[in-house]
Write a protein that binds this ligand. Structure first.
Ligand SMILES: [Zn+2]
Length: 290
């Protein structure tokens, strides 16, 4: 049994009034031997009860002394005067005990109220701290979000600039090349041994042009150009050419279209509707890149 339990259930009062069971009384005695507060309270309660009892006795004696000059009509009362005095004393005693316990209860309630106020204050402080913590974490969240947004913006900018760079490099391949080499091919006359034109790709240029002189005949509606490698495999075939004012076909090629080796360029003329005649054969040799 501990002090709070005793205080909560008013065990001191009940002990003095003899309302505890034998076990409870024993447990209480075990406690209050070592508890100064309980001993003090016990003494206060006891002396109060003693005082009330003394008062009751005095009241009784006082009414005994006053019995002699009792008026005659008192003898006719159903309840004797002595009993009235005892009843009055009992009432005073009961009122005193009642007042004592009411005051005790009031004091206890005041203490409980104070305790409740302290608890409420503690809870309010905890709530305030909780709010502050929440505000802190919200702030951190906002900062993280801001950093993330900034990082995203940076990445987006970087992507845009890279895309722009790529586009400009793509456009770079469309930029006209200056001074790319032009090779004039020569047609092989019938019955002559082919003498291929030597073509040497320079390191500085990715393209070269072939200039092919052709016999301009009115009956050809257009010309087509074929390039065959040394095994006779066609590596280039395009139609729709027309000779220029100098009776020449011009075509430009990428170096990577043709690997080093010997080729024949064949020009054919179209007679409608679908008749192709050979105009000329122009042998050339691609050398290894310098
Ligand atoms: Zn105690």
């Amino acid at each position: 049994m501990n002090h709070d339990y005793i205080k909560k259930f008013n065990l001191i009062d009940q002990y003095v009034l003899g309302k505890l069971t034998a076990d409870e009384a024993e447990a209480f005695e075990d406690h209050f031997i070592d508890c100064r507060k309980c001993v003090e309270q016990l003494n206060i309660t006891r002396s109060f009860i003693q005082d009330l009892k003394g008062l009751a006795v005095q009241q009784t004696l006082f009414s005994e002394n006053r019995r002699a000059p009792m008026p005659r009509w008192w003898h006719l009362q159903l309840v004797p005067l002595r009993s009235w005095a005892v009843i009055a004393c009992c009432c005073v005693l009961a009122a005193g005990v009642f007042a004592f316990f009411v005051i005790r209860r009031f004091t206890q309630m005041e203490a409980e109220l104070l305790q409740a106020k302290q608890d409420a204050s503690t809870i309010r402080q905890q709530y305030q701290r909780g709010l502050e913590t929440a505000a802190d974490s919200e702030k951190q969240h906002q900062q993280a979000k801001q950093q993330l947004t900034q990082r995203l913006d940076e990445l987006e900018q970087k992507l845009k600039s890279e895309a722009a760079t790529n586009q400009s490099s793509v456009r770079g391949s469309e930029v006209p090349e200056v001074n790319f080499p032009i090779y004039a091919l020569v047609s092989v006359a019938r019955g002559q041994a082919p003498a291929p034109v030597e073509i040497s790709p320079p390191a500085s240029s990715s393209r070269f042009a072939l200039s092919v002189p052709v016999e301009d005949r009115k009956d050809f509606s257009s010309y087509r150009v074929k390039i065959l490698d040394h095994r006779g495999v066609t590596v280039f075939n395009r139609s729709g050419f027309k000779p220029d004012a100098y009776h020449t076909l011009s075509l430009s090629l990428n170096w990577n279209l043709l690997i080093p080796g010997t080729y024949d360029l064949r020009v054919e003329g179209l007679t409608p509707p679908n008749n192709w005649d050979t105009v000329g054969i122009y042998p050339f040799r691609i050398a290894r890149r310098r």
